[in-house]
Design a protein around this ligand. Structure first.
Ligand code: ADP
Ligand code: MG
Length: 697
């Protein structure tokens, strides 16, 4: 770099200064950072921690509790390979108070050789109940040199959303560099200071320092109530609100095609259904069809509790445009759910002479090319798929309606990308969500959508018995699973470990599956998680649906839509870490058949007051709206529209569940900013930069 260039860089603002200007960022690292949406130094500053690790203390082994992260120091007693379905490296560690096992499923010779008996290690990891008692799976381990006591950290360690190939430590170092620059060059604080002060929120720059480098003495958390965290969450909500308003304006300035309700086709479809629609389904369908009759593009949200029958309403909406020879795209957030829709749509539409086509990112190249050709030629009237549907290469001949299922999994901007796929006119848009949203919140959070509610379940559903069980009683729960399987029922076991990495989450599920397999040798155990290939996932699901698997261990990938009526028991691990809405969704996988169903919430004691109340609400009721209302009381006006997610579409720090009480201020402040101002563009760019560009494919 020439001196002129480098001085230009130090003078440039952090908003535009490339991240490659930081020390140690070469081309490879830059690619990884870009994958996280980090292009500028500012982007790095707004790459916010997911959580913190406390490495300021050493725990004694005797005090460890399962489910809790801990740092221990001890001497290696033995290290050996344990055979089994999955070989593991087993290390026994001892301190003055007791012994602890470390277990590694993925390891190499060099790692094995490190654990010389008699050597000392410091390890950080989560303690779980394992084969030999308390165990740490894949802890981070460091050799301690004899006679040189290693220091403990003096501040909480922030853990950032990461991607494979980019080590936490690397990210932590880069953020520290960015913070050093922030000291002398604050980033632009777009929100009026007076308003922030009135809400008792600190300045933006102060908030950034605190969130990235919390002092250990101030009990820093990412819960709301922490002013620094709240300041950032508030700004993020303002940015989202602004971008939403902007996009809605853009869409509704364009024209959509108008459709009359189909007559004959509608009759033919209904004649083949084994049931009649509920009154609520009829009402919502009528609302949708009224929108489709208008030339202003429909932007409608359909809320309906788990099992309320949204799919058939979606199909009848689709039929409205398909009967006129136009295309409908139906998109779901996971392969499993999308495939289930595909099966339904084929079953319903193919006998009526429509062509249903599948588009997925995991398709074989040739298959996919053929599918895309049929979409482009217009031969396909119904196109079902995952987010692969909004990739650039997917071209529709006559797209008139976009239906997105389970919206909270997609971001607003992602789904709007599909809108751009209409040719001469904008497609109508229908969003379906099983998450009940209180009205006030819906108005703010979905400022761009009109709302319909399916507030009635089809007749004949049996209630689910829900119990909370401490995980110290895990063995009894395993026994329950054994009994259920013996009676011919099927069981879900859901692992909900929330980790910054998908890999760890899947690993936890693998460990659990292994454990259950060992405990229940007579039971056939299957495993699904997000890292399996689509075909593998589908194969396992099919096995489960066909009752060839009795017990399905899964991550929350099964949260949405899966329909296996013979499954009558669900175990949910760590329910205290999930939002009520998500728990309610998960539980909705059982109670679909004629057998009495049970849901066991396997929590880890002690529960916070709030967690206890949440689990209580879940035990009390199965009504999604009641549950949402309870959540409203518990946490202020906010039912979760999506837990904070690290994915493309989620919030970085805001959480509608926790931050619902800000929404009115957010809306006021956002609408007070002039439509096209540097503040509006600056905020949108800062919080949603990459994603907004994404939406403009
Ligand atoms: P969700 O709203 O959770 O997506 P689904 O559309 O998957 O619910 O419907 C759940 C189940 O209820 C499906 O098996 C579906 O066929 C059935 N169903 C839908 N509507 C009715 C109805 N009006 N009467 C009886 N069963 C229905
Ligand atoms: Mg559904």
């Amino acid at each position: 770099m020439s001196p002129a260039e480098s001085s230009e860089i130090t003078q440039s603002r952090l908003e535009t200064r490339p991240v490659s200007s930081l020390k140690g960022v070469g081309p490879a690292l830059q690619v990884s950072l870009n994958r996280l949406g980090i292009h500028t130094v500012q982007d790095l500053l707004f790459h916010l921690p997911l959580r913190y690790e406390d490495r300021t203390r050493i725990h004694s082994i005797a005090q460890l509790l399962p489910g809790q992260p801990a740092q221990v120091e001890g001497e290696v007693v033995e290290a050996r390979i344990e055979p089994g379905r999955r070989r593991s490296l087993f290390v026994r560690l001892r301190d003055a108070t007791g012994q602890l096992a470390l277990r590694f499923y993925a390891f190499n010779k060099a790692q094995q050789a490190r654990f010389v008996p008699g050597s000392h290690f410091r390890c950080y990891g989560e303690v779980r109940m394992g084969r030999s008692g308390y165990e740490m799976y894949h802890p981070e381990c460091r050799v301690l040199e004899p006679g040189q006591p290693a220091e403990v950290a003096d501040a909480l360690l922030p853990i950032y959303p990461a991607v494979e190939g980019l080590a936490q430590r690397r990210l932590q170092g880069l953020v520290a560099q960015a913070l050093a620059q922030l000291k002398s060059q604050p980033v632009q604080d777009w929100l009026p200071e007076r308003r922030m002060a009135a809400l008792r929120l600190p300045s933006l720059n102060a908030a950034l320092f605190q969130v990235h480098q919390p002092r250990v003495d101030q009990v820093f958390t990412l819960e709301s109530g922490n002013p620094a965290r709240d300041r950032l969450a508030f700004e993020e909500l303002v940015a989202h609100h602004l971008s939403l308003l902007k996009l809605r304006r853009e869409i509704q300035s364009r024209q959509a095609q108008t459709f009359n309700a189909p007559g004959q086709e509608d009759q033919a479809f209904r004649q083949r259904l084994p049931f009649g629609l509920t009154a609520a389904q009829e009402r919502v369908l009528a609302e949708i069809r009224a929108d489709l009759g208008q030339s202003v593009p429909m932007l409608r949200l359909v809320q309906g509790d788990v099992g309320s029958g949204k799919t058939v309403v979606a199909a009848l909406s689709a039929l409205t445009v398909m009967a006129c020879g136009q295309q409908c795209a139906l998109m779901a957030p996971t392969e499993i759910l999308a495939e289930q829709h595909l099966n339904n749509m084929k079953r319903w539409f193919e006998p009526l002479g429509y062509t249903v086509v599948w588009v997925s990112g995991k398709q074989k190249v040739r298959e996919r090319r053929e599918a895309l050709e049929r979409v482009q030629s217009g031969e396909a009237t119904m196109v079902v798929g995952t987010h692969a549907l909004f990739q650039e290469e997917v071209e529709f001949a006559r797209l008139a309606l976009v239906i997105v299922d389970e919206q909270h999994r997609f971001g607003v901007h992602q789904r709007l990308a599909l809108q751009a796929k209409g040719r001469d006119s904008v497609p109508h848009q229908l969003i379906m969500t099983a998450t009940p949203i209180p009205r006030t919140l819906a108005m703010s959070a979905y400022a761009d959508l009109d709302t319909s509610v399916i507030d009635e379940l089809p007749p004949g559903r049996s209630p689910i018995v829900t119990r909370a069980v401490a995980d110290s009683r895990r063995e009894e729960v395993v026994e329950r699973v054994r009994l259920a399987c013996r009676e011919g029922r099927q069981v879900y076991w859901v692992c909900t470990l929330i980790e910054e990495s998908d890999a760890l989450q899947c690993q936890a599920a693998e460990v659990t599956a292994q454990y259950l397999h060992e405990q229940l040798p007579d039971v056939t155990v299957g495993l699904v998680h997000g890292r399996l290939a689509g075909t593998e996932k589908a194969a396992v699901m099919e096995q489960f649906a066909a009752n060839n698997l009795q017990l399905l261990v899964a991550t929350t990938v099964i949260e949405v839509g899966v329909d296996v009526p013979n499954a009558s028991l669900m175990v949910i691990e760590n329910p205290e870490r999930l939002g009520l809405a998500q728990l309610h969704q998960l539980r909705g996988r059982v109670g679909r058949g004629i057998h009495q169903s049970y849901c066991l919430l396997l929590y880890h004691a002690p529960l916070s007051q709030n967690a206890r109340s949440r689990l209580q609400a879940l035990r009390e009721s199965q009504d999604g709206f009641y549950i949402a209302e309870r959540d409203l009381e518990l946490r202020g006006p906010g039912e979760l529209l999506g837990t904070r997610q690290t994915g493309v579409a989620g919030f970085r720090i805001a959480d509608l569940e926790r931050d619902g009480h800000w929404l009115e201020s957010v809306r006021d402040l956002a609408s007070a900013l002039p439509e096209a101002s540097p503040a509006v563009d600056g905020l949108i760019q800062r919080w949603l930069g990459v994603r907004v560009q994404y939406a403009q494919v």
